[in-house]
Design a protein around this ligand. Sequence first.
Ligand SMILES: Nc1nc2c(ncn2[C@@H]2O[C@H](COP(=O)(O)OP(=O)(O)OP(=O)(O)O)[C@@H](O)[C@H]2O)c(=O)[nH]1
Ligand SMILES: [Mg+2]
Length: 361
Amino acid sequence: MPERRAILITYPEPFIKDEFVELAHAAEYGVAAIKTSKYLAHPKYGIGEGKALEIKDLVKELKADMILVDETLKSSQAYNLAKLSRVEAKDRERLILEIFNRRAASAEAKLQVRLAELSYEISRAKEKVRLAKMGEQPGFFGLGKYEVDTYHKDIKRRVSTLHRKIDEARKRRELYRASRKRSAFPIVSLAGYTGAGKTTLFNLLTNEAKTTGEGVFTTLSTSTRALTIDGEKVLLSDTVGFISRLPPYMIEAFKSTLEELTYADLVLLVIDASLSIDEMSIKMDSCEKTLADLSVTSSKVIYVLNKADLSSIADVAEKVSLLQLNPNRFVMVSAKTGDGIDNLKAMLLQYLEETPRVVLS
Ligand SMILES: Nc1nc2c(ncn2[C@@H]2O[C@H](COP(=O)(O)OP(=O)(O)OP(=O)(O)O)[C@@H](O)[C@H]2O)c(=O)[nH]1
Ligand SMILES: [Mg+2]
């Protein structure tokens, strides 16, 4: 398939821009150009009208196939941009959904992605049908024949079927979880921003060879393995990575996977400590927020500052103090070289001894 080339519209902060480029690459778009703006919530196009006209010319000049906007767009905004530029405009959520769609491997992950896609659709259904009737724009094809009600009903029906199937998968998972609980081994889950190094750490601790990656969202389903630390058997789970500005319905759709975190006795929040302090702090906030959404209390969290091989001790120490991390709750490691892993294991054992075990009712 020839490469699809997109014009990216994002925010000026370098790491936000870089992350958006990574998202575009992960969805297999080539980057034709990047435009930035401090404000992407203008009513008509998301971007301001002047910028929109610039983008229109740029699409033509560079023969781009697509516009990608690093914000949540209303249907009308996507429609207006498509009408102006004659190419489809997709927002951050759709881009993330595309990546999930390409990468979802397990049956359960596929169902979850489908549910997230329909949740995205349903919030936009009415507006989309109205716009589709006004004339065909890229990305708005083929809807005109639908009546609003039919379209809505159709999506709703598919959503309830998916809910049922996901519920069945969740029940199977619960049974499995209950059987693990009966086995009385503590459950430790890895959590963290995409690309922090969770799978690398999981592989190191369990001698596994799960795929790790340069890009975003390498892992989309949970795996659990047993490991023994000083004679203590522990079950370790690797999970889906978090990302900033992930809408609640996506977390909701992935809940049965992420529930590993809710039921864990201990959560290792893996953080890439080689990032700038600003980036670390934003990503940490976003992880803590997602953990709170999943009802993980902070007393269950150990902060694992990873990629220590890429920075000096002094540098990490400064970041730790700026982030106000509790000295008893973090450990510095390199999942790549194995440095600090013994300290991590020691802290893990100590906390497991102190933490009351989660008991399934
Ligand atoms: N230098 C260095 N690189 C690391 C370390 N840990 C992980 N990496 C690299 O960071 C990248 C991301 O690692 P993953 O283990 O795939 O990250 P993840 O958190 O599982 O990411 P998702 O599955 O997308 O959520 C890979 O290129 C790893 O090789 C480390 O300690 N040091
Ligand atoms: Mg991973």
